[in-house]
Design a protein around this ligand. Structure first.
Ligand SMILES: *Cc1c(COP(=O)(O)O)cnc(C)c1O
Length: 447
């Protein structure tokens, strides 16, 4: 197997190895000025113009990550993710500061409670480097806007009195940039809340600064299992020997790793690039989790792709490669509806008796529905039989007891009404009419 590369820009050739592999050195030597960048590449007119702009979203790049850029290529996919261009300053239609309406879903500052059983907890505004398409550029990067211990206390307090929450996702900013003591205090406090089953961290630190994934950090994290971690890799060029080493340490600490990518025009909007990306990720034992449609965030309009591009990429992967290498393509609904999964359509028609399906090659098949079907009665079946749930607690028994409303996050009735009608389960007897059947290619095969 091809080994993963390790790179260092010539400008850093004289840095002693012990400094280069020290995350503190990487953090304190980040590149952010025109002079810094000109040491490693020739800035384009557009990049130069952006870097002169006042009020630009923060620029900061670790020497390690900047070294992955091909200095000769102004279209380099890593360069595009982290170096601003004039396109960032131009207004595009439909962009918003808080495109996911996260602030409107925050019961306390930094906590976003949009789904019934899990919350997003923003714990810092700092990152190791800054992505130009950042969804949270409204809060991220500003050191004066960080969260205080009083904010953490308010967030924890909300979680203590909200028993529906079984999954807490730490994000920001990047939680792995927190001082180890602060991170430890936070994780300890979360683990003391009995109804919190899993803790998740979303972090690009292993990608921007893999040196930060030390044995001590892994020892700290593994004390708080079950703890899951999602990294953020967009392009195969980000996968290096250093990242492989960091992922190896994390998986050995028992932390399941996932990857979240953002679909970005000019960076990874191509089936062959995505294929190489997911194949290299699974070699690191990182499971591709989500491929995000780029949000309608201010300054990121030039990164947006049509939805059809994402569906084309997923269609190029599903069936063509290992099932666990295929991420779920999601659109985070503008205005705050949450993530909506999108897949190619494999159902050609659907009636009471038969369902006509196509496979990844366009082969068409008919599945005959059972004539007799007796669904399970969960109340009569282990393990739920006899399960006792407190009022307000989620679970099948809670639903059966007519307690469905308890699955809603506390105090969110109004917010959840905004999208129109509340959720409704589809009636099994309701006829479902498929839309947008087929892809043209398979029409010939139809009997
Ligand atoms: C993405 C997200 C989550 C986690 O969603 P999963 O689909 O479970 O990964 C939770 N809360 C908010 C607000 C989110 O944006």
């Amino acid at each position: 197997m091809q080994p993963f590369p390790s790179k260092r820009a010539p400008a850093f050739a004289d840095i002693p190895d012990d400094k280069w592999s020290d995350w503190r050195w990487q953090l304190s030597h980040r590149l952010n000025s025109i002079e810094d960048f000109e040491q490693i590449l020739t800035l384009t007119e557009s990049e130069h113009q952006a870097l002169c702009q006042v009020g630009l979203f923060r620029v900061d790049i670790t020497p390690y990550f900047a070294s992955l850029i091909d200095p000769e290529n102004p279209l380099d996919p890593i360069r595009k993710q982290i170096l601003p261009t004039a396109a960032e300053i131009l207004p595009f239609t439909g962009e918003m500061e808080d495109s996911l309406s996260e602030d409107a879903h925050s019961p306390v500052p930094g906590l976003v409670h949009r789904y019934p059983d899990r919350v997003l907890m923003l714990v810092t505004t700092q990152c190791a480097s800054y992505c130009r398409y950042c969804t949270r550029s409204r809060i991220v990067g500003d050191p004066t806007q960080s969260f205080s211990s009083k904010d953490f206390e308010a967030q924890l307090d909300y979680l203590r009195r909200t028993p529906q929450v079984r999954d807490v996702l730490l994000s920001g900013g990047d939680p792995l940039t927190l001082a180890p003591k602060v991170l430890e205090r936070l994780l300890t406090a979360l683990r003391e809340i009995p109804h919190i089953e899993i803790i998740r961290i979303g972090s690009r630190v292993p990608v921007f600064m893999p040196q930060r994934v030390t044995d001590e950090l892994c020892e700290l994290l593994q004390r708080f299992h079950p703890l899951w971690l999602n990294i953020h890799v967009n392009h195969p060029n980000e996968i290096t020997a250093e990242l492989a080493d960091a992922c190896d340490k994390l998986t050995r600490a028992g932390i399941p790793l996932g990857n979240q990518s953002v679909l970005l025009a000019g960076v990874n909007d191509d089936p062959a690039i995505q294929r190489r990306l997911v194949h290299n990720l699974v070699r690191l034992r990182v499971r591709p989790y989500y491929l995000y449609q780029c949000d309608l965030v201010q300054g990121a309009g030039h990164f947006r792709t049509p939805i059809g591009k994402g569906i084309e990429i997923i269609e190029s992967l599903l069936g063509h490669t290992s099932g666990f290498a295929v991420p779920t393509y999601v659109v985070d609904a503008p205005g705050g509806g949450g993530k909506i999964p999108l897949t190619p359509n494999y159902i050609l028609s659907y009636s009471d008796q038969k369902v006509v399906l196509r496979n990844y090659e366009g082969f068409i098949t008919t599945y005959y529905e059972p004539t007799e079907y007796q669904p399970i009665d969960p109340s009569l079946t282990a393990p739920f039989k006899g399960e006792i749930l407190e009022p307000g607690q989620s679970g099948v028994a809670g639903l059966l007891a007519g307690d469905a409303m308890s699955l809603k996050p506390a105090g969110f009735d109004q917010v959840h009404q905004r999208g129109g009608e509340p959720h409704r389960l589809r009636d099994r007897t309701e006829k479902w009419v498929p839309r947008g059947i087929g892809d043209g290619k398979s029409a010939d095969n139809e009997a």
